[in-house]
Design a protein. Structure first.
Length: 357
């Protein structure tokens, strides 16, 4: 956890007891199962199939190893995936109570999902289901309705209510993208970039490398696309943050730094930034993944936009959320480009890679 001058009081939602009747916890873990996690059942490229070709149906919850990317999957007795943990990543996708996310100010799109994305305290590796740190973490968050990555992300869209911590710092609420660009015109950015989480909060922040950065008054309540990711995953969910793209270990400052940096696991490898480098398939992405785009020819070989993949909307389209200058803040709306990763729209055609933190 990076040192800082001040930190917001995180949302104080009570962690709920395990929901015995939910789809996520249809089988209650017995005490002896907590002492020894189930063995990995198989390694396969085909979800839902064991190495002998049998269907993963029936019986108690089982673990399964999958490839591309390497990951451990927990299934119910009926074969439903209830949790996915990816090697080299801290972000885990758990199945929980259904939720609906909307942004009525800018779109009619609705994301109805049972996916809950949370950060584990350690990077996942094969066999971690047997380790105490994981069993303790899983017991705390299986079925929990405490704010996750998705809930935090939507706490910054247009109209989101302001919440303050005990020190009076507004740590969530409707966010801007950045101040108007005084030189903005056709061919130039309408709004300035470079607004980070400390600008939004209006407080100095000291990073783990000892660098202290002061907020700029003109950027108050603002976060650009990478600043939005750093706010949600870093400042709120406690993923370590770098002061720049080069200093320290953790989440870099820019979209390009995040895509090319060491943090997390690539699920769609970056091949290049040209039109021919668009991924042939995006079926490997899962909710919570960071998605990276090449939008601006002026940035040459740099990726220049990043968002969070949410899953499918009510119409079956792959939807993501990001902070954009056209809407002036975080959005799943279509102003400036449809927020879909499928099809041949603006963002779909400029997608270049994806990463799981």
């Amino acid at each position: 956890m990076p040192p800082k001058k001040k930190r917001p009081a995180l949302h104080a939602a009570t962690v709920l007891a395990l929901l015995a009747g939910s789809a996520f916890l249809t089988v209650e873990l017995r005490k002896d199962e907590q002492d020894k996690a189930p063995e990995v059942q198989a390694v396969t490229d085909s979800p839902g199939r064991l190495s002998n070709g049998a269907s993963a149906q029936g019986g108690k919850q089982t673990w399964e190893r999958l490839r591309n990317p390497d990951r451990s999957v927990l299934r119910t007795e009926g074969g439903k995936v209830v949790a996915t943990f990816t090697d080299g990543a801290r972000a885990a996708t758990l199945t929980g109570p259904s939720r609906t996310f909307t942004e009525p100010a800018n779109t009619k799109s609705r994301v109805v999902t049972e996916d809950w994305v949370r950060l584990m305290p350690e990077v996942w590796r094969k066999g971690a289901e047997r380790e105490k740190w994981f069993k303790d973490w899983y017991k705390s968050y299986a079925g929990s309705e405490e704010d996750d990555i998705f809930a935090m992300a939507f706490q910054y869209v247009e109209g989101a209510p302001v919440k303050k911590d005990d020190e009076g710092i507004a740590y969530r609420g409707d966010a801007n993208f950045g101040p108007l660009n005084p030189n903005g015109s056709e061919g130039n950015d309408l709004r300035e970039e470079q607004s980070d989480f400390y600008d939004y909060l209006g407080i100095p922040y000291t990073f783990r490398d000892g660098t202290t950065i002061q907020p700029e008054a003109k950027r108050a309540r603002a976060m650009d696309c990478s600043g939005f990711i750093r706010t949600v995953f870093g400042y709120r969910a406690r993923y370590p943050l770098m002061s720049s793209d080069t200093a320290g270990d953790g989440l870099p400052r820019t979209a390009n730094g995040m895509a090319r940096g060491k943090a997390g696991t690539e699920v769609i490898k970056l091949k290049g930034v040209g039109a021919a480098d668009r991924p042939k398939t995006i079926d490997v992405i899962q909710p919570g993944d960071l998605v990276f785009f090449k939008l601006d020819a002026r940035t040459k070989q740099r990726l220049d936009h990043v968002g969070i993949f949410l899953g499918h909307d009510a119409d079956g389209h792959k939807i993501f959320i990001s902070s954009r200058e056209e809407v002036n803040g975080p959005t799943i709306g279509d102003k400036g480009g449809t927020s879909r990763l499928d099809g041949n729209g603006y963002y779909a055609s400029t997608l270049r890679s994806a990463k799981r933190l």
